[in-house]
Design a protein around this ligand. Sequence first.
Ligand SMILES: Nc1ncnc2c1ncn2[C@@H]1O[C@H](COP(=O)(O)OP(=O)(O)OP(=O)(O)O)[C@@H](O)[C@H]1O
Ligand SMILES: [Mg+2]
Length: 320
Amino acid sequence: MSEPVSVQSTIRQEAAPGPVILLEEVRKRYGDRQAVAGVSFEVRPGEFFGLLGPNGAGKTTLIEMMEGLRQADSGTVTVFGRPPWPRDIALLPRLGVQTQSSAFFVRQTAREHLRTVAALYGADRAAAERTLASVQLTEQGDTRVEKLSGGQRQRLAIASALVHDPELIFLDEPTAALDPQARRELWKVLRALKSAGRTIVYTTHHIDEAEALCDRVAILVDGRVAVLDTPHHLVASSGLPTRLLVPAERMTVEEGAAIPDVRRVTAEGGSLVLETSEPGRVLSAVDRLIGLHDVQTRTATLEDIYLDLTGHLQSSEQQS
Ligand SMILES: Nc1ncnc2c1ncn2[C@@H]1O[C@H](COP(=O)(O)OP(=O)(O)OP(=O)(O)O)[C@@H](O)[C@H]1O
Ligand SMILES: [Mg+2]
């Protein structure tokens, strides 16, 4: 159904292959609001790098400074070894940018819009057609941009960031308006780009998506990097408990609490939830007491780490 995004087989090589992006003590203030409060990290060649954090954490501000759309107050921002601000003409063709609020040529059709963007970057009509297909917009090619649905417009914004086959791609909440099917289709496009060696900087509020796609994620809280690591390491080193769900009719709270290594017992929606950092031992004990039929194990996810860090773990537990 979807065509793979076309990618040139070779990537221009840096003289000395350093990081693609380097941020050192970057700060940005709007009036009284310190939006970015001293951020340092690097993004490596070919990396799929996720920026996570609650509304207002500073993700868009930070990404715009990397894109060269906003000037940092202090600190250094380097992209392919060069400062992106003031606007650097040599960098532009190497960067693909989808901003959180994208601008369009609204009177044009989707196809015309993408051809215009392609032409601005020196890419051809075939590239525009391929990219339109890669975001499943071929059918809407002749629809005027102002008549596209929100999700279709978002797909056009993503296509506009990809059409000139850039080496470094910035996507700020690209899946925010997408339906689940379109979201998975975009994952395929992004994975193909990663396989072809492209570097991707990505923000999303879908934490499961970051866990599925990103090599490393930085979680921003109040303009600072709270943690930065691979999703796997973040989960493994979190110390968050594993939860064993036992059918409530088979065990009482007191029986659960009496099992060694069980830290906490709660009742939730027909289950007794046993929290432990020793799931193997607790499972053996449950097996001896009542057998393991219908017992479920839930290990911590990146979303648990995220909620723990950003302070909303309790409200999410009440919902689950
Ligand atoms: N142009 C601006 N002028 C004044 N304040 C701004 C401006 N842009 C952002 N801010 C403020 O800076 C802080 C960080 O905003 P930013 O847009 O970077 O957050 P974000 O992490 O991208 O949030 P979201 O998840 O909602 O997109 C917020 O407090 C926001 O209100
Ligand atoms: Mg934002």
